[in-house]
Structures are given as structure tokens and as C-alpha cells.
Design a protein around this ligand. Structure first.
Ligand SMILES: [Zn+2]
Length: 432
């Protein structure tokens, strides 16, 4: 049988964090069709790649980001979370255009591919600009166009999402959509219920921010007598596949509200930078369906799930004064859990699964010796180690180079940033 690739003699770390040596992977079109310890004669590969020096893993997933916010990287530093939103980010976003968002999204995709991200869950305005960037680059994206309940255009925005889902869902291999109500504090319970009802009708999920800060939980209890998770549950939000961003201040009683199709994306770098407190996720980590997101580049400056997972693990050990907790396998499984939250059939190195893979070169002195390959990967690796990245059987990065036009990306990003600064801040209709 003619096939596209034989990836010969690779080491593999699977989605559980288990390490295997001497695996031969057969890739044909967009799929892994065989994984075996011996080389079989049944296949006639067009390309044979000797992978003895590589550790192959499933692609990394960034389960919560705002891709166009790369344009705001570094624009709001050393400010309180209130000022970050109310005086910096939301006013700047007021003057953003489709072109800005496209330039920002391409920058984000370039960065994510360089780190080994093969799929991301995005939450932002200007969905058509993001979709364009996604389709052009071949990265997988699950997009939730942001819906602010307090905006006068809310009903129109819901209808726009409906139209986008009708237009794009199941039309492109690497693209899926869901509803993106911003949060229970920027949408009323009625608006949340309306969105969830439409999501049910259209058989899609939701993606929203819940219980990010202690104050949000307090305000919600004052206003509704309910935690933000309870508000979402009352709207039926956990009856559809739900990506919950952050959930940092999840309460023990919230846990029972979550369903098997709920995933919480955590972004520890943002929590540290915006001084959001320790929250409860580290105490609840064994019981909660946790995955890794990076949040936008304006709050976490990088879009690297490995770095966020590393911080999650280290903060857990530190906060709980327990060096045996938050093990390497646990934090690796959090990155991999993102695959389960997305509808792409990725995340396993097994026959029948999509060929979304990262080829890690850990032979450099900075990651050697490999006493513990998972430690080398999670604690010592960066984008240089992600040598090749394959999405759906195609190279997205090869030999250290992302397959995108870097000069164009930089040019458009700088042009968009200049234009945004020239326009300055507008007045935002919402408040954090
Ligand atoms: Zn966010």
C-alpha cells in the first residue's frame, strides 16, 4: 500500500505521559494509520524519516486564547486588573478593525505553531478575520465569537454567530465554531439562557469566562445569590460542551454542576501577572476537568501551553508546600486534555487518529541527559526543541521553520499596531 510517511524508530510520549522507544508510525493523508515496534513490509512510503533523535508527541492544545491580542502584547504592564481591562485593553479594542484582527491572528498562529500548538480554542470579535487566518495556515481552531450581553448589538451578534455556524461548521477540516458569551458578569442570566438554547438547537458548545476573580464570585452572590458557575448551570450551560476559561475561584459546591463535556482551561501566568490570587483550582485539581490555555498575549505575553503547564505544576507544588503533587504526568495530561474538549479526533498516537504531531529534538545539552524525557519536555524545552510540527499529515513547521511568511506577518503586525496607537483609545461600553 502506498502511503505518505514512515516515521522510523521514534520515541513517543503519549497523551498519558508514558514514554515508548522504537515506534514506527505510518502516516497517510491526514491520519496515522499504523503504529508498530517492527517495520512492516505492507507499506510503500513516499517519504521515510529517520526519527531516532526525536520524541514524537500529540500536538499541544491552547484551550483558551484571544488570538488578535498579540497586537497588545506589552501594552498594559504593571497595572491592576481593573485598569488592565477598563483603562487599557477594552478602550483600545474599541477602535479595532477586521484588518487589525487578521494581522494579530496571523501573528498568534505563527507563534503557536512555533511552540508546537496544533489546535487552539479562540474567543474574540472579528470572527471572519480569524477564520481567514485559520484556513490559510491550516492550524486547527475552535472559534467562539465573543458576545457581550451589555452591548446594544447583542441580539444582532447572536444572529451573526448563528449565520457563521451555518456557513462554516463541518465545512473545513480544522475549523469548528461555538457560541462565546463573554461571561456571567457581562451577560444577564436570560441572555446566557438564550445563547445556550440556540447552542442546543444548533448542536454546538459554548466557551465563556467564569469565576476569574474572588470579586466576581462575591458580586454574583450579592446580585443573584448564586456563584457564577451556578448562574451558568441554571442557564443550562453545562448541558452543552463547555469550555470554561479560568474558573480560578471555583467553589467546592460548583464541582457537582460540571458534566463530562465541561473542560476548564487554566492560564496561571495571567493569574500571577494580574495578581488574581491563588484561587481554588490547585486544591481541587484532582476533581476538576482541567486543561491548559494561554489567555491572550496582552495578559500572558506568550502563547505557549508548555510554559503555562510548567507554571501550573510549579505553583501547585509551591502553594501547597508539597513537592510530590502536580506531577509531570498530571500537568502533561492537562495539556492533552484540550484535545478531548475539541471535535477534531486528535491527541492520540494510534491508528485512526489524525496526524497532528510534534517532533521534539531533546538532544541539545540544555535538555540532556534524558533521565526523564517528560521533565526535559515540560521543564526545559522551548520553541527550539519543537523541531517539526505536523497538522493533518502536513508540515506546519519543518526543521525549525514555521511554514508561514514571517516578513509579511511582521510587516502587517507592525502596521496594524501603529494604526491602532494612532487611533488611540475609545470609550468602552462595558466595565470589568
Ligand atoms: Zn480570556
Amino acid at each position: 500500500m502506498k502511503v505518505d510517511f514512515l516515521l522510523k524508530s521514534a520515541s513517543v510520549i503519549d497523551e498519558t505521559g508514558t514514554f515508548f522507544k522504537g515506534k514506527n508510525l505510518i502516516i497517510n493523508k491526514d491520519e496515522i494509520i499504523d503504529v508498530s515496534s517492527e517495520i512492516k513490509n505492507d507499506y510503500d512510503p513516499a517519504t521515510v524519516l529517520d526519527c531516532e533523535n526525536f520524541i514524537i508527541t500529540p500536538g499541544l492544545v491552547n484551550l483558551h486564547t484571544h488570538s488578535p491580542m498579540t497586537l497588545f502584547r506589552g501594552i498594559a504592564e504593571d497595572v491592576s486588573i481593573e485598569d488592565w481591562f477598563n483603562r487599557e485593553i477594552w478602550p483600545y479594542e474599541k477602535n479595532m478593525t477586521e484588518d487589525h484582527a487578521y494581522a494579530g491572528a496571523l501573528t498568534a498562529i505563527y507563534e503557536m505553531l512555533s511552540y508546537g500548538v496544533t489546535a487552539f480554542a479562540d474567543h474574540y470579535m472579528f470572527p471572519e478575520a480569524i477564520i481567514k487566518a485559520v484556513i490559510e495556515t491550516g492550524i486547527r481552531c475552535d472559534l467562539a465569537p465573543t458576545l457581550f450581553g451589555l452591548n446594544v448589538s447583542f441580539q444582532d451578534d447572536v444572529q451573526m454567530t448563528v449565520k457563521l455556524i451555518e456557513k462554516y461548521q463541518h465545512k473545513h477540516e480544522g475549523l469548528s465554531l461555538r457560541f462565546g458569551p463573554h461571561s456571567p458578569y457581562t451577560c444577564t442570566p436570560e441572555q446566557l439562557k438564550q445563547v445556550v438554547d440556540v447552542a442546543k438547537e444548533m448542536d454546538v458548545g459554548i466557551h465563556l469566562h467564569v469565576s476569574e476573580t474572588r470579586q466576581q464570585v462575591k458580586d454574583s452572590i450579592n446580585q443573584y445569590g448564586l456563584t457564577p458557575f451556578q448562574v451558568v448551570a441554571n442557564a443550562g450551560g453545562f448541558e452543552v460542551p463547555a469550555i470554561v476559561a479560568h474558573g480560578l475561584w471555583v467553589a467546592p459546591e460548583d464541582r457537582q454542576l460540571l458534566t463530562p463535556s465541561t473542560t476548564i482551561a487554566v492560564s496561571p501566568k495571567t493569574y500571577m501577572k494580574l495578581a488574581m490570587g491563588a484561587g481554588n483550582i490547585w486544591n481541587e485539581s484532582k476533581e476538576l476537568p482541567l486543561a491548559i490555555g494561554t489567555d491572550g498575549a496582552a495578559s500572558s505575553n506568550t502563547l505557549n501551553p508548555l510554559e503555562q503547564a510548567r507554571l501550573y505544576g510549579l505553583m501547585g507544588k509551591w502553594l501547597k508546600e508539597e513537592a510530590t503533587g502536580q506531577t509531570l504526568k498530571e500537568i502533561w495530561q492537562m495539556i492533552m486534555k484540550g484535545h478531548e474538549a475539541l471535535p477534531f479526533k486528535t491527541g492520540k498516537i494510534q491508528a485512526g487518529w489524525k496526524a497532528d504531531l510534534v517532533f521534539w529534538d531533546l538532544t541539545h545539552p540544555t535538555t540532556m541527559p534524558l533521565h526523564n524525557p517528560l521533565a526535559a519536555l515540560l521543564y526545559s524545552s522551548g520553541k527550539e526543541q519543537a523541531k517539526h510540527v505536523m497538522i493533518a499529515g502536513r508540515w506546519a513547521k519543518y526543521d525549525g521553520k514555521v511554514k508561514m511568511n514571517l516578513e509579511n506577518i511582521k510587516h502587517n503586525m507592525l502596521k496594524a499596531t501603529k494604526d491602532l496607537l494612532k487611533k488611540g483609545k475609545g470609550s468602552a461600553s462595558i466595565r470589568f
